[in-house]
Design a protein. Structure first.
Length: 581
């Protein structure tokens, strides 16, 4: 490969690394990366020497800012789309990036594109610099940029801020329930992805002096995504749209070498934007995208063959509680007059409830009685009635806001983040809604404070697992956890937030008798530690063993509420739960 060809491949690798950031951390299969490459390329061609005439360094900086702004706006516009629709939406960006220059030839040069002087000159009178960017210098810049991006991604992966992003990728619902600002994190990641695409486009244009619609075709976007997925499949460690590729955990530079390998593999396929020079008959053939499509099919087939089995249960050691959580006296969560309807069906009908600190409050009732809807209201997922914590009203808002206020819940189905060890998942709870931009900057700079925070985070998470009797799970592969262990891990994760109010949605589902005994000890220990604990549960034996108070829902209404013994003895409750005698 020539020096120019190698340098151009390295610039495209920068775009692929940016795309890997989006796929790995935002769970966003971006199919519009070529649009941001185009923004960087056309931006530097129009603004730099031969265009507006700005100094080359300033032109590159402005072009990258334009690409980053495009990524931010894309994140805003697609905030509510799932992975599939997001891919389709961004695919339109790739087509626009190719068609707009053709539609406005006076500005963008039409199909021929824009040609600028090459080799470019980097001139700064202030610094006394005048440097001709030869092919070798361009190669050095491209290689240096790749190494810098790889180093930054490696640093980001090894610290606390990456935990937020791992949760964002695998379960936005879980991330929100722990107080993580999901939309803001996603915008930041997509902005960084677009900025790196802009860097790639600007660098490639400075290298060869030409940018045209053919250079930024939709095929380039597809190739970059395939390169990311292919490298992730070969090395393990990427997850896309709910499908896991491999089992690498956070940390270690190997996980970021996937795009390097993917770009290398696609570079030897005939045709396509990433390919090495092939004979003209092959490079120009109408089937030039077929090899890329075949690789994509192979990746999907590899995904389909992956499966997991539930391992045998493990014995449980006794667990000491309380666990050093701050004791909170007088904590009280109140809900008054909550009513919720779905398409004319009443889920909650004027429901009021109070959960006191130091007690376990159980909510029981037949299926469809409104129990999970009640949890959604308390946790901020639904706006209904008035919710007060410690006598102060909680503003209606999102689940992250409610979690940061001190009310945290577990999902009904156990969510285990496959890319994180159990101790890392508990550390995610410790972080909760902690500041993120500052943490990212500290990690990238590798400051002593960031290293100290990483060590403290693990120590705190390990302490929570130990206190709950789950220390044996700390560094297991999450795929090896039983259903009951996953439920207990969810409990540990919300306990680690330090929230005064803990809401558990059917925590005993799928547990063995030993695991239920462990859960019973944990719930009682949390209440004795001062937390306000509310459980929605179908296991009436567990409820009888742990509950201080019980509220019974039936058809969205409160059938009975009060001390556990009195509620259990109520004939109306027995009939609702067991049927007429």
């Amino acid at each position: 490969m020539s020096t120019v060809g190698l340098a151009q491949s390295l610039w495209l690798l920068v775009a692929a690394l940016g795309l890997a950031l989006s796929v790995r951390y935002a769970g966003a299969p971006m199919l519009g990366q070529s649009a941001f490459v185009a923004a960087g390329g056309y931006g530097v061609a129009l603004l730099g020497p031969g265009g507006v005439g700005l100094p080359l360094g300033i032109a590159v900086g402005l072009a990258v800012l334009v690409a980053a702004a495009g990524g931010y706006l894309t994140a805003l516009a697609t905030a509510r789309l799932d992975a599939g629709y997001f891919a389709l939406a961004t695919w339109t960006l790739a087509f626009l990036a190719q068609r707009v220059p053709i539609a406005f030839p006076d500005v963008f040069g039409g199909t021929e594109g824009i040609t600028r002087p090459a080799p470019a000159e980097l001139v700064s009178r202030t610094l006394g610099i005048q440097l001709t960017l030869t092919d070798r210098i361009n190669l050095g810049l491209a290689a240096g940029t790749c190494l810098l991006v790889l180093a930054a991604l490696h640093r980001l992966s090894g610290g606390p801020a990456a935990l937020d992003l791992a949760a964002l990728r695998e379960s936005p619902e879980l991330a929100a329930s722990l107080g993580i600002a999901v939309a803001a994190r996603r915008r930041a990641v997509l902005t960084a992805t677009a900025a790196l695409g802009g860097v790639a486009g600007a660098g490639s244009t400075v290298l060869i002096g030409v940018i045209s619609p053919a250079d930024v075709s939709p095929l380039l976007s597809l190739e970059l995504l395939v390169a990311v997925l292919l490298g992730g499949t070969l090395l393990g460690g990427l997850r896309l749209g709910g499908l896991r590729l491999g089992g690498l955990r956070l940390g270690g530079v190997a996980q970021w070498c996937g795009p390097v390998l993917g770009v290398a593999v696609l570079s030897v396929l005939p045709g396509g934007s990433l390919a090495l020079p092939w004979p003209g008959a092959l490079a120009g053939a109408p089937w030039r995208a077929v090899p890329v499509a075949l690789v994509l099919v192979a990746v999907v087939a590899a995904l389909a063959r992956r499966s997991a089995t539930d391992p045998p249960a493990r014995p449980w050691p006794p667990s000491p509680l309380p666990a050093g959580r701050p004791v909170r006296h007088g904590v009280r969560l109140e809900l008054t007059h909550a009513s919720v309807s779905y398409a004319g069906v009443t889920a909650l009908d004027d429901v009021s409830l109070t959960v006191h600190g130091g007690q376990v409050h159980a909510v029981i009732g037949p299926n469809g009685s409104g129990k999970s809807t009640l949890l959604d209201v308390l946790a901020g997922g639904l706006d209904a009635g008035t919710v007060r914590l410690g006598g102060l009203p909680l503003s209606a808002g999102s689940a992250p806001q409610r979690a940061r206020a001190g009310v945290v819940r577990t999902p009904q189905q156990p969510i285990v983040l496959a890319g994180l060890s159990p101790v890392q998942q508990v550390a995610l709870g410790v972080r909760g809604g902690a500041s993120w931009p500052q943490a990212v900057l500290r990690q990238l700079a590798a400051t002593p404070r960031s290293r100290l925070q990483t060590a403290q985070l693990r120590a705190t998470a390990t302490g929570v697992l130990t206190a709950l009797g789950l220390s044996q799970l700390a560094d297991l592969d999450p795929a090896r956890l039983t259903t009951g262990e996953r439920q207990l891990l969810q409990v540990a994760r919300v306990v680690a937030t330090g929230a005064p109010v803990l809401l558990f949605d059917e925590p005993a589902a799928g547990m063995t008798a030993a695991e239920r005994g462990q859960l019973r000890r944990v719930l009682r220990g949390l209440a004795e530690d001062g937390a306000a604990v509310l459980i929605v549960e179908h296991d009436l034996r567990l409820v009888a063993a742990v509950a201080d108070r019980i509220t019974v829902l039936n058809a969205g209404r409160v059938l009975a509420s009060g001390e556990a013994a009195a509620v259990r003895a109520d004939p109306a409750v027995r009939e609702a739960l067991l049927g007429p005698a």
